[in-house]
Design a protein around this ligand. Structure first.
Ligand code: FAD
Ligand code: NAI
Length: 475
Protein backbone atom coordinates (compact mmCIF):
# COMPACT_ATOMS: atom_id res chain seq x y z
CA UNK A 1 0.00 0.00 0.00
CA UNK A 2 1.41 3.44 -0.94
CA UNK A 3 2.39 5.49 2.11
CA UNK A 4 2.56 8.85 0.35
CA UNK A 5 -0.77 10.36 -0.53
CA UNK A 6 -2.03 13.45 -2.28
CA UNK A 7 -4.85 13.76 0.25
CA UNK A 8 -5.14 12.36 3.78
CA UNK A 9 -8.43 12.77 5.60
CA UNK A 10 -8.44 12.43 9.38
CA UNK A 11 -11.85 11.21 10.52
CA UNK A 12 -14.41 9.13 8.62
CA UNK A 13 -17.63 10.77 9.77
CA UNK A 14 -19.95 12.26 7.14
CA UNK A 15 -17.51 15.13 6.56
CA UNK A 16 -14.42 12.97 6.26
CA UNK A 17 -15.56 9.87 4.40
CA UNK A 18 -17.41 11.90 1.76
CA UNK A 19 -14.38 14.20 1.32
CA UNK A 20 -12.17 11.12 0.82
CA UNK A 21 -14.51 9.63 -1.80
CA UNK A 22 -14.76 12.92 -3.70
CA UNK A 23 -10.97 13.43 -3.59
CA UNK A 24 -10.46 9.91 -4.98
CA UNK A 25 -13.09 10.54 -7.68
CA UNK A 26 -11.08 13.61 -8.70
CA UNK A 27 -8.02 11.44 -9.26
CA UNK A 28 -6.06 12.05 -6.05
CA UNK A 29 -4.36 9.19 -4.22
CA UNK A 30 -6.36 9.38 -1.01
CA UNK A 31 -6.25 7.90 2.48
CA UNK A 32 -8.78 8.18 5.28
CA UNK A 33 -7.89 7.50 8.92
CA UNK A 34 -10.55 6.73 11.52
CA UNK A 35 -10.27 5.34 15.01
CA UNK A 36 -13.90 4.37 15.77
CA UNK A 37 -14.22 0.66 16.53
CA UNK A 38 -16.93 -1.87 17.26
CA UNK A 39 -17.02 -3.82 20.53
CA UNK A 40 -14.98 -6.47 18.73
CA UNK A 41 -12.36 -3.91 17.75
CA UNK A 42 -13.21 -3.89 14.05
CA UNK A 43 -13.43 -0.58 12.13
CA UNK A 44 -16.69 1.36 12.39
CA UNK A 45 -16.36 4.29 9.98
CA UNK A 46 -19.18 6.81 9.78
CA UNK A 47 -18.38 8.85 12.88
CA UNK A 48 -20.88 10.16 15.39
CA UNK A 49 -23.59 10.26 12.74
CA UNK A 50 -23.45 6.57 11.86
CA UNK A 51 -22.48 5.10 15.22
CA UNK A 52 -24.19 7.17 17.92
CA UNK A 53 -26.05 9.94 16.12
CA UNK A 54 -28.27 10.39 13.08
CA UNK A 55 -28.62 6.76 12.06
CA UNK A 56 -29.25 4.91 15.35
CA UNK A 57 -31.46 7.73 16.63
CA UNK A 58 -33.62 7.60 13.50
CA UNK A 59 -33.81 3.79 13.75
CA UNK A 60 -35.11 4.06 17.33
CA UNK A 61 -37.42 6.94 16.45
CA UNK A 62 -38.95 4.77 13.72
CA UNK A 63 -39.27 1.68 15.93
CA UNK A 64 -40.73 3.61 18.85
CA UNK A 65 -43.18 5.37 16.56
CA UNK A 66 -44.38 2.00 15.22
CA UNK A 67 -44.83 0.87 18.83
CA UNK A 68 -46.84 3.95 19.71
CA UNK A 69 -49.00 3.62 16.60
CA UNK A 70 -49.66 -0.04 17.32
CA UNK A 71 -50.66 0.94 20.86
CA UNK A 72 -52.87 3.94 20.05
CA UNK A 73 -52.76 5.21 16.49
CA UNK A 74 -53.93 2.12 14.59
CA UNK A 75 -57.28 1.97 16.42
CA UNK A 76 -58.73 4.93 14.50
CA UNK A 77 -57.94 3.02 11.26
CA UNK A 78 -60.07 0.13 12.56
CA UNK A 79 -57.06 -2.00 13.41
CA UNK A 80 -57.14 -3.51 16.88
CA UNK A 81 -53.83 -4.79 18.14
CA UNK A 82 -54.12 -7.39 20.90
CA UNK A 83 -51.33 -8.41 23.22
CA UNK A 84 -48.93 -5.66 22.18
CA UNK A 85 -45.51 -6.32 23.72
CA UNK A 86 -42.23 -4.47 23.57
CA UNK A 87 -39.12 -6.52 22.86
CA UNK A 88 -36.59 -3.79 23.60
CA UNK A 89 -33.64 -6.10 23.10
CA UNK A 90 -34.76 -6.80 19.55
CA UNK A 91 -35.47 -3.14 18.89
CA UNK A 92 -31.96 -2.17 20.04
CA UNK A 93 -30.54 -5.09 18.06
CA UNK A 94 -32.24 -3.86 14.90
CA UNK A 95 -30.77 -0.42 15.49
CA UNK A 96 -27.30 -1.99 15.84
CA UNK A 97 -27.82 -3.88 12.58
CA UNK A 98 -28.76 -0.68 10.78
CA UNK A 99 -25.58 0.96 12.13
CA UNK A 100 -23.45 -2.03 11.04
CA UNK A 101 -24.92 -1.92 7.53
CA UNK A 102 -23.89 1.72 7.30
CA UNK A 103 -20.34 1.01 8.63
CA UNK A 104 -19.94 -1.75 6.07
CA UNK A 105 -21.37 0.44 3.34
CA UNK A 106 -18.64 3.02 3.94
CA UNK A 107 -15.87 0.41 3.87
CA UNK A 108 -17.33 -0.87 0.59
CA UNK A 109 -17.40 2.69 -0.84
CA UNK A 110 -13.75 3.18 0.17
CA UNK A 111 -12.80 0.02 -1.73
CA UNK A 112 -14.91 0.96 -4.73
CA UNK A 113 -13.31 4.41 -4.92
CA UNK A 114 -9.79 3.18 -4.09
CA UNK A 115 -9.55 5.16 -0.84
CA UNK A 116 -6.90 3.59 1.45
CA UNK A 117 -8.41 3.17 4.90
CA UNK A 118 -6.29 3.22 8.05
CA UNK A 119 -7.87 2.12 11.32
CA UNK A 120 -6.42 4.08 14.21
CA UNK A 121 -5.83 7.55 15.56
CA UNK A 122 -4.24 10.02 13.17
CA UNK A 123 -1.98 12.72 14.56
CA UNK A 124 0.27 15.32 13.01
CA UNK A 125 4.00 14.63 13.37
CA UNK A 126 5.59 17.41 11.34
CA UNK A 127 5.41 19.49 8.19
CA UNK A 128 8.43 19.37 5.91
CA UNK A 129 9.04 20.49 2.35
CA UNK A 130 5.35 21.01 1.61
CA UNK A 131 4.43 17.57 2.97
CA UNK A 132 2.67 16.64 6.19
CA UNK A 133 3.74 13.57 8.12
CA UNK A 134 0.90 11.84 9.95
CA UNK A 135 1.20 9.00 12.40
CA UNK A 136 -1.51 6.37 12.59
CA UNK A 137 -1.73 4.60 15.95
CA UNK A 138 -4.12 1.75 16.63
CA UNK A 139 -4.98 -1.33 14.61
CA UNK A 140 -2.86 0.19 11.83
CA UNK A 141 0.54 1.50 12.99
CA UNK A 142 2.16 3.52 10.25
CA UNK A 143 3.45 6.87 9.27
CA UNK A 144 2.01 8.29 6.08
CA UNK A 145 2.53 11.56 4.26
CA UNK A 146 0.13 13.94 2.60
CA UNK A 147 0.31 16.94 0.31
CA UNK A 148 -3.15 17.97 1.52
CA UNK A 149 -4.77 17.16 4.84
CA UNK A 150 -8.48 17.39 5.60
CA UNK A 151 -9.27 17.45 9.32
CA UNK A 152 -12.74 16.02 9.96
CA UNK A 153 -12.48 14.92 13.57
CA UNK A 154 -16.03 15.89 14.57
CA UNK A 155 -17.38 16.67 18.02
CA UNK A 156 -18.04 15.18 21.46
CA UNK A 157 -20.98 15.67 23.84
CA UNK A 158 -20.61 18.57 26.26
CA UNK A 159 -20.76 17.45 29.89
CA UNK A 160 -22.09 19.47 32.79
CA UNK A 161 -19.28 20.76 35.01
CA UNK A 162 -18.32 18.05 37.53
CA UNK A 163 -20.89 15.58 36.17
CA UNK A 164 -19.02 13.17 33.89
CA UNK A 165 -20.96 10.78 31.68
CA UNK A 166 -20.87 7.28 33.17
CA UNK A 167 -23.28 6.01 30.46
CA UNK A 168 -25.12 4.03 33.15
CA UNK A 169 -27.01 6.73 35.02
CA UNK A 170 -25.73 9.94 33.45
CA UNK A 171 -26.00 9.42 29.72
CA UNK A 172 -24.69 11.20 26.67
CA UNK A 173 -26.20 10.42 23.28
CA UNK A 174 -24.20 7.17 23.34
CA UNK A 175 -25.90 5.85 26.47
CA UNK A 176 -29.27 7.36 25.52
CA UNK A 177 -29.32 5.09 22.45
CA UNK A 178 -28.62 1.94 24.42
CA UNK A 179 -30.77 1.91 27.57
CA UNK A 180 -31.40 -1.77 28.27
CA UNK A 181 -34.72 -1.40 30.14
CA UNK A 182 -37.25 1.37 29.65
CA UNK A 183 -36.68 3.70 32.62
CA UNK A 184 -39.72 4.55 34.71
CA UNK A 185 -38.55 8.11 35.19
CA UNK A 186 -36.21 9.62 32.65
CA UNK A 187 -34.68 13.07 33.12
CA UNK A 188 -33.33 15.05 30.19
CA UNK A 189 -31.24 18.18 30.62
CA UNK A 190 -31.48 20.40 27.53
CA UNK A 191 -34.59 20.73 25.35
CA UNK A 192 -32.54 20.86 22.15
CA UNK A 193 -32.51 18.46 19.24
CA UNK A 194 -31.15 15.42 21.10
CA UNK A 195 -33.30 16.05 24.18
CA UNK A 196 -36.49 16.16 22.13
CA UNK A 197 -35.63 13.25 19.82
CA UNK A 198 -34.38 10.91 22.56
CA UNK A 199 -37.04 12.12 25.00
CA UNK A 200 -39.66 11.20 22.37
CA UNK A 201 -38.18 7.73 21.83
CA UNK A 202 -38.27 6.79 25.53
CA UNK A 203 -41.64 8.43 26.17
CA UNK A 204 -43.17 6.40 23.33
CA UNK A 205 -41.70 3.25 24.88
CA UNK A 206 -43.30 4.06 28.24
CA UNK A 207 -40.94 6.29 30.24
CA UNK A 208 -42.19 9.25 32.21
CA UNK A 209 -39.97 11.95 30.67
CA UNK A 210 -39.08 15.31 32.24
CA UNK A 211 -37.06 17.78 30.16
CA UNK A 212 -35.26 20.60 31.98
CA UNK A 213 -34.20 23.53 29.81
CA UNK A 214 -32.15 26.55 30.91
CA UNK A 215 -33.51 29.06 28.41
CA UNK A 216 -36.90 30.68 29.00
CA UNK A 217 -37.92 30.21 25.35
CA UNK A 218 -38.60 26.80 23.81
CA UNK A 219 -36.50 25.99 20.71
CA UNK A 220 -35.11 29.49 20.39
CA UNK A 221 -33.60 28.88 16.94
CA UNK A 222 -36.94 27.76 15.50
CA UNK A 223 -39.57 30.14 14.10
CA UNK A 224 -41.61 31.25 17.14
CA UNK A 225 -44.98 30.24 15.69
CA UNK A 226 -43.67 26.75 14.89
CA UNK A 227 -41.92 26.44 18.29
CA UNK A 228 -45.14 27.40 20.06
CA UNK A 229 -47.08 24.76 18.14
CA UNK A 230 -44.36 22.18 18.89
CA UNK A 231 -44.43 22.95 22.62
CA UNK A 232 -48.19 22.48 22.67
CA UNK A 233 -48.03 19.17 20.79
CA UNK A 234 -45.10 17.68 22.73
CA UNK A 235 -46.69 18.62 26.05
CA UNK A 236 -49.95 17.01 24.92
CA UNK A 237 -48.02 13.85 24.02
CA UNK A 238 -46.82 13.67 27.61
CA UNK A 239 -43.35 15.21 27.58
CA UNK A 240 -43.05 17.37 30.67
CA UNK A 241 -40.92 20.34 29.63
CA UNK A 242 -39.75 22.94 32.17
CA UNK A 243 -38.19 26.08 30.75
CA UNK A 244 -35.99 28.66 32.47
CA UNK A 245 -34.53 26.23 35.00
CA UNK A 246 -31.13 26.51 36.63
CA UNK A 247 -29.48 23.16 37.21
CA UNK A 248 -27.81 22.83 40.61
CA UNK A 249 -26.31 19.70 42.09
CA UNK A 250 -26.56 16.36 40.33
CA UNK A 251 -25.95 13.34 42.52
CA UNK A 252 -25.76 9.90 40.96
CA UNK A 253 -26.77 7.20 43.47
CA UNK A 254 -26.61 3.44 43.14
CA UNK A 255 -29.65 3.03 40.89
CA UNK A 256 -30.89 6.54 40.36
CA UNK A 257 -29.75 10.11 40.01
CA UNK A 258 -30.97 13.15 41.92
CA UNK A 259 -31.17 16.52 40.21
CA UNK A 260 -31.56 19.68 42.25
CA UNK A 261 -32.58 22.75 40.29
CA UNK A 262 -34.33 26.08 40.52
CA UNK A 263 -37.48 26.50 38.45
CA UNK A 264 -38.44 29.57 36.42
CA UNK A 265 -40.10 31.13 39.48
CA UNK A 266 -36.93 30.75 41.54
CA UNK A 267 -38.27 27.86 43.61
CA UNK A 268 -35.87 25.10 44.63
CA UNK A 269 -36.84 21.73 43.13
CA UNK A 270 -35.56 18.21 43.46
CA UNK A 271 -36.23 15.28 41.12
CA UNK A 272 -35.06 11.70 41.20
CA UNK A 273 -34.65 9.88 37.88
CA UNK A 274 -33.77 6.30 36.93
CA UNK A 275 -31.62 7.68 34.12
CA UNK A 276 -30.51 11.15 33.15
CA UNK A 277 -29.69 12.21 29.60
CA UNK A 278 -27.50 15.31 29.41
CA UNK A 279 -27.91 16.91 25.98
CA UNK A 280 -26.63 20.46 26.32
CA UNK A 281 -24.73 20.75 23.05
CA UNK A 282 -21.47 19.41 21.67
CA UNK A 283 -17.86 20.52 21.65
CA UNK A 284 -15.35 20.26 18.79
CA UNK A 285 -12.99 17.29 18.98
CA UNK A 286 -9.28 17.85 18.38
CA UNK A 287 -8.14 15.38 21.04
CA UNK A 288 -5.17 13.36 19.84
CA UNK A 289 -4.70 15.34 16.64
CA UNK A 290 -1.45 16.87 17.94
CA UNK A 291 -2.37 20.15 16.26
CA UNK A 292 0.46 21.86 18.16
CA UNK A 293 3.12 19.83 16.29
CA UNK A 294 2.38 21.73 13.10
CA UNK A 295 0.93 24.93 14.59
CA UNK A 296 -2.64 24.34 13.47
CA UNK A 297 -4.67 27.17 14.98
CA UNK A 298 -7.81 26.63 17.02
CA UNK A 299 -10.25 29.42 17.82
CA UNK A 300 -11.19 30.56 21.34
CA UNK A 301 -13.93 27.89 21.55
CA UNK A 302 -11.65 25.03 20.50
CA UNK A 303 -12.86 24.74 16.89
CA UNK A 304 -10.22 24.46 14.17
CA UNK A 305 -10.06 28.03 12.85
CA UNK A 306 -11.09 28.19 9.18
CA UNK A 307 -12.13 30.78 6.64
CA UNK A 308 -15.28 30.60 4.52
CA UNK A 309 -13.61 28.01 2.27
CA UNK A 310 -12.57 25.69 5.14
CA UNK A 311 -8.90 26.71 4.81
CA UNK A 312 -7.04 26.50 8.12
CA UNK A 313 -4.06 28.56 9.31
CA UNK A 314 -1.72 26.12 7.51
CA UNK A 315 -1.14 25.80 3.78
CA UNK A 316 -2.96 22.80 2.27
CA UNK A 317 -4.61 21.86 5.56
CA UNK A 318 -8.39 22.07 5.51
CA UNK A 319 -11.04 21.32 8.12
CA UNK A 320 -14.71 20.45 7.75
CA UNK A 321 -17.81 19.43 9.71
CA UNK A 322 -18.45 19.63 13.44
CA UNK A 323 -14.84 20.54 14.21
CA UNK A 324 -15.30 23.92 12.50
CA UNK A 325 -17.81 26.79 12.91
CA UNK A 326 -21.35 26.51 11.63
CA UNK A 327 -24.23 24.14 12.34
CA UNK A 328 -23.29 20.70 13.63
CA UNK A 329 -25.16 18.76 10.98
CA UNK A 330 -24.15 15.73 8.93
CA UNK A 331 -25.24 17.23 5.61
CA UNK A 332 -23.33 20.45 6.32
CA UNK A 333 -20.22 18.34 7.03
CA UNK A 334 -20.73 16.42 3.78
CA UNK A 335 -21.17 19.56 1.69
CA UNK A 336 -17.99 21.04 3.16
CA UNK A 337 -16.10 17.78 2.55
CA UNK A 338 -17.07 17.68 -1.12
CA UNK A 339 -16.36 21.40 -1.59
CA UNK A 340 -12.87 21.06 -0.06
CA UNK A 341 -11.95 18.09 -2.29
CA UNK A 342 -13.07 20.15 -5.28
CA UNK A 343 -11.12 23.20 -4.12
CA UNK A 344 -7.99 21.05 -3.80
CA UNK A 345 -8.59 20.09 -7.45
CA UNK A 346 -8.77 23.78 -8.35
CA UNK A 347 -12.53 23.72 -8.78
CA UNK A 348 -15.08 26.06 -7.24
CA UNK A 349 -16.49 24.14 -4.26
CA UNK A 350 -20.00 25.26 -3.40
CA UNK A 351 -21.61 25.46 0.05
CA UNK A 352 -24.52 27.83 0.60
CA UNK A 353 -24.87 28.40 4.33
CA UNK A 354 -28.21 30.18 3.76
CA UNK A 355 -29.88 27.05 2.45
CA UNK A 356 -28.79 24.40 4.93
CA UNK A 357 -31.97 22.70 6.15
CA UNK A 358 -32.56 21.72 9.78
CA UNK A 359 -34.78 18.84 10.81
CA UNK A 360 -35.90 17.68 14.23
CA UNK A 361 -37.19 14.12 13.87
CA UNK A 362 -39.89 14.25 16.50
CA UNK A 363 -43.49 13.49 15.72
CA UNK A 364 -44.58 15.70 14.09
CA UNK A 365 -41.25 16.50 12.50
CA UNK A 366 -39.98 20.07 12.47
CA UNK A 367 -37.99 21.28 9.46
CA UNK A 368 -36.87 24.65 8.27
CA UNK A 369 -34.57 26.52 5.95
CA UNK A 370 -33.65 30.20 5.84
CA UNK A 371 -34.77 32.96 8.16
CA UNK A 372 -37.30 32.81 10.95
CA UNK A 373 -39.95 35.50 11.36
CA UNK A 374 -38.22 36.81 14.50
CA UNK A 375 -34.91 37.08 12.59
CA UNK A 376 -36.54 39.07 9.78
CA UNK A 377 -38.15 41.40 12.32
CA UNK A 378 -34.83 41.91 14.11
CA UNK A 379 -33.10 42.62 10.79
CA UNK A 380 -35.84 45.08 9.79
CA UNK A 381 -36.63 43.17 6.59
CA UNK A 382 -40.10 43.80 5.14
CA UNK A 383 -41.71 40.41 4.56
CA UNK A 384 -45.00 38.66 3.85
CA UNK A 385 -46.02 35.44 5.60
CA UNK A 386 -48.32 32.65 4.45
CA UNK A 387 -49.30 29.56 6.41
CA UNK A 388 -51.33 26.48 5.59
CA UNK A 389 -52.43 23.88 8.19
CA UNK A 390 -52.16 20.15 7.49
CA UNK A 391 -55.69 19.90 8.90
CA UNK A 392 -56.87 21.28 5.54
CA UNK A 393 -54.78 18.85 3.48
CA UNK A 394 -56.56 15.77 2.13
CA UNK A 395 -53.56 13.46 2.24
CA UNK A 396 -52.81 14.39 5.86
CA UNK A 397 -56.42 13.58 6.77
CA UNK A 398 -56.17 10.22 4.99
CA UNK A 399 -52.95 9.51 6.86
CA UNK A 400 -54.56 10.51 10.15
CA UNK A 401 -51.71 12.93 10.76
CA UNK A 402 -53.08 16.45 10.60
CA UNK A 403 -51.07 18.34 13.17
CA UNK A 404 -48.91 21.26 12.16
CA UNK A 405 -48.52 23.62 9.24
CA UNK A 406 -46.30 24.93 6.46
CA UNK A 407 -45.20 28.55 6.71
CA UNK A 408 -43.62 30.67 4.00
CA UNK A 409 -41.78 33.94 4.54
CA UNK A 410 -41.15 35.99 1.41
CA UNK A 411 -39.66 39.40 0.71
CA UNK A 412 -42.45 42.01 0.73
CA UNK A 413 -41.27 43.59 -2.51
CA UNK A 414 -39.53 40.96 -4.62
CA UNK A 415 -41.49 37.96 -3.27
CA UNK A 416 -38.19 36.01 -2.98
CA UNK A 417 -38.53 33.16 -0.47
CA UNK A 418 -36.60 34.05 2.68
CA UNK A 419 -37.56 31.14 4.90
CA UNK A 420 -39.80 28.08 5.00
CA UNK A 421 -40.85 26.42 8.25
CA UNK A 422 -42.74 23.17 8.56
CA UNK A 423 -44.10 21.25 11.50
CA UNK A 424 -45.97 18.18 10.37
CA UNK A 425 -45.80 14.74 8.79
CA UNK A 426 -42.54 14.00 6.92
CA UNK A 427 -41.46 17.62 7.17
CA UNK A 428 -37.92 16.24 6.66
CA UNK A 429 -38.81 15.33 3.07
CA UNK A 430 -41.10 18.29 2.36
CA UNK A 431 -38.39 20.81 3.23
CA UNK A 432 -36.29 19.75 0.21
CA UNK A 433 -38.62 21.57 -2.18
CA UNK A 434 -38.07 24.77 -0.22
CA UNK A 435 -34.29 24.23 -0.20
CA UNK A 436 -34.25 23.82 -3.98
CA UNK A 437 -36.47 26.87 -4.41
CA UNK A 438 -34.27 29.02 -2.19
CA UNK A 439 -31.07 27.76 -3.84
CA UNK A 440 -32.49 29.00 -7.15
CA UNK A 441 -33.73 32.19 -5.46
CA UNK A 442 -37.33 31.41 -6.37
CA UNK A 443 -40.28 33.54 -5.34
CA UNK A 444 -43.30 32.29 -3.39
CA UNK A 445 -45.25 32.81 -6.61
CA UNK A 446 -42.93 30.31 -8.38
CA UNK A 447 -43.93 27.57 -5.92
CA UNK A 448 -47.57 28.65 -6.08
CA UNK A 449 -47.55 28.16 -9.87
CA UNK A 450 -45.94 24.70 -9.83
CA UNK A 451 -48.23 21.69 -10.23
CA UNK A 452 -48.10 19.50 -7.10
CA UNK A 453 -49.49 15.94 -7.10
CA UNK A 454 -52.86 15.36 -5.48
CA UNK A 455 -53.41 14.13 -2.89
CA UNK A 456 -50.01 14.81 -1.40
CA UNK A 457 -48.60 16.55 1.65
CA UNK A 458 -46.59 18.75 -0.72
CA UNK A 459 -49.84 20.49 -1.67
CA UNK A 460 -49.62 22.13 1.76
CA UNK A 461 -46.34 23.69 0.58
CA UNK A 462 -48.00 25.07 -2.56
CA UNK A 463 -50.95 26.32 -0.51
CA UNK A 464 -48.65 28.08 1.99
CA UNK A 465 -46.92 29.75 -0.96
CA UNK A 466 -50.35 30.84 -2.24
CA UNK A 467 -51.20 32.10 1.24
CA UNK A 468 -48.29 34.56 1.03
CA UNK A 469 -50.51 36.41 -1.43
CA UNK A 470 -53.65 35.64 0.61
CA UNK A 471 -55.05 33.32 -2.06
CA UNK A 472 -54.80 29.78 -0.71
CA UNK A 473 -57.54 27.65 -2.27
CA UNK A 474 -58.33 25.06 0.37
CA UNK A 475 -58.29 27.09 3.56
P1 FAD B 1 -18.12 12.97 13.20
O1 FAD B 1 -19.30 12.31 12.66
O2 FAD B 1 -18.06 13.22 14.66
O3 FAD B 1 -16.88 12.04 12.80
C1 FAD B 1 -15.58 12.29 13.22
C2 FAD B 1 -14.81 10.98 13.12
O4 FAD B 1 -13.43 11.26 13.31
C3 FAD B 1 -15.18 9.94 14.18
O5 FAD B 1 -15.33 8.69 13.58
C4 FAD B 1 -13.97 9.93 15.12
O6 FAD B 1 -13.73 8.67 15.71
C5 FAD B 1 -12.86 10.27 14.15
N1 FAD B 1 -11.67 10.88 14.76
C6 FAD B 1 -11.61 11.95 15.57
N2 FAD B 1 -10.32 12.25 15.85
C7 FAD B 1 -9.58 11.35 15.19
C8 FAD B 1 -8.19 11.14 15.05
N3 FAD B 1 -7.29 11.95 15.62
N4 FAD B 1 -7.78 10.10 14.29
C9 FAD B 1 -8.66 9.27 13.68
N5 FAD B 1 -9.98 9.42 13.76
C10 FAD B 1 -10.43 10.46 14.50
N6 FAD B 1 -27.06 15.56 12.08
C11 FAD B 1 -27.93 15.58 11.06
O7 FAD B 1 -27.68 16.25 10.06
N7 FAD B 1 -29.09 14.88 11.11
C12 FAD B 1 -29.43 14.12 12.18
O8 FAD B 1 -30.49 13.50 12.20
C13 FAD B 1 -28.53 14.09 13.27
N8 FAD B 1 -28.83 13.37 14.36
C14 FAD B 1 -27.93 13.33 15.39
C15 FAD B 1 -28.29 12.61 16.52
C16 FAD B 1 -27.43 12.57 17.60
C17 FAD B 1 -27.81 11.76 18.82
C18 FAD B 1 -26.18 13.25 17.53
C19 FAD B 1 -25.21 13.18 18.67
C20 FAD B 1 -25.84 13.98 16.41
C21 FAD B 1 -26.72 14.03 15.33
N9 FAD B 1 -26.44 14.78 14.20
C22 FAD B 1 -27.33 14.83 13.17
C23 FAD B 1 -25.18 15.53 14.07
C24 FAD B 1 -24.18 14.74 13.23
O9 FAD B 1 -23.96 13.47 13.83
C25 FAD B 1 -22.88 15.49 13.10
O10 FAD B 1 -23.11 16.79 12.64
C26 FAD B 1 -21.94 14.78 12.13
O11 FAD B 1 -21.66 13.48 12.57
C27 FAD B 1 -20.64 15.55 11.97
O12 FAD B 1 -19.82 14.89 11.06
P2 FAD B 1 -18.25 15.02 11.12
O13 FAD B 1 -17.73 14.21 9.97
O14 FAD B 1 -17.85 16.43 11.22
O15 FAD B 1 -17.80 14.35 12.51
P1 NAI C 1 -28.67 21.66 21.22
O1 NAI C 1 -27.77 22.80 21.04
O2 NAI C 1 -29.62 21.30 20.14
O3 NAI C 1 -29.55 21.85 22.54
C1 NAI C 1 -28.97 22.02 23.77
C2 NAI C 1 -30.00 22.61 24.70
O4 NAI C 1 -29.51 22.53 26.02
C3 NAI C 1 -30.28 24.08 24.42
O5 NAI C 1 -31.66 24.29 24.36
C4 NAI C 1 -29.63 24.80 25.58
O6 NAI C 1 -30.27 26.01 25.91
C5 NAI C 1 -29.76 23.77 26.67
N1 NAI C 1 -28.78 23.90 27.75
C6 NAI C 1 -27.48 24.23 27.65
N2 NAI C 1 -26.91 24.22 28.87
C7 NAI C 1 -27.88 23.89 29.76
C8 NAI C 1 -27.91 23.72 31.16
N3 NAI C 1 -26.82 23.88 31.91
N4 NAI C 1 -29.07 23.38 31.74
C9 NAI C 1 -30.19 23.19 31.00
N5 NAI C 1 -30.23 23.36 29.66
C10 NAI C 1 -29.08 23.69 29.04
O7 NAI C 1 -27.71 20.41 21.58
P2 NAI C 1 -27.96 18.86 21.64
O8 NAI C 1 -29.41 18.54 21.74
O9 NAI C 1 -27.03 18.36 22.66
O10 NAI C 1 -27.48 18.39 20.23
C11 NAI C 1 -26.17 18.71 19.79
C12 NAI C 1 -26.15 18.97 18.34
O11 NAI C 1 -26.23 17.74 17.63
C13 NAI C 1 -27.33 19.78 17.81
O12 NAI C 1 -27.15 21.15 17.99
C14 NAI C 1 -27.30 19.42 16.37
O13 NAI C 1 -26.33 20.19 15.73
C15 NAI C 1 -26.87 17.97 16.40
N6 NAI C 1 -28.05 17.10 16.29
C16 NAI C 1 -28.82 17.19 15.17
C17 NAI C 1 -29.93 16.41 15.03
C18 NAI C 1 -30.75 16.57 13.80
O14 NAI C 1 -30.29 17.19 12.86
N7 NAI C 1 -31.97 16.04 13.78
C19 NAI C 1 -30.35 15.45 16.06
C20 NAI C 1 -29.51 15.49 17.23
C21 NAI C 1 -28.39 16.27 17.30
Amino acid sequence: MAKNFDVVVIGAGPGGYVAAIRAAQLGFSTACIDEWKTEKGTPAPGGTCTNVGCIPSKALLQSSEHFEHAGHGFAEHGIDVQGLKLDLGRMLGRKDTVVKQNNEGILYLFKKNKVSFFHGRGSFVKAEGGTYEIKVAGASEETITAKHVIVATGSNPRQLPNVPFDEKLVLSNTGALAIGDVPKKLGVIGAGVIGLEMGSVWRRLGADVTVLEALPAFLGAVDEQIAKEAFKLFTKQGLSISLGVKIGTITPGKNDVTVEYTDDKGNAQKAVFDKLIVSIGRVPNTIGLNAEAVGLQLDERGFVAVDGDCKTSLPNVWAVGDVVRGPMLAHKAEEEGVAVAERIAGQHGHVNFNTIPWVIYTSPEIAWVGKTEQQLKAEGVAYKAGTFPFLANGRARALGDTSGMVKFLADAKSDEILGVHIIGPVASELISEAVVAMEFRASAEDIARICHAHPSLSEATKEAALAVDKRSLNF
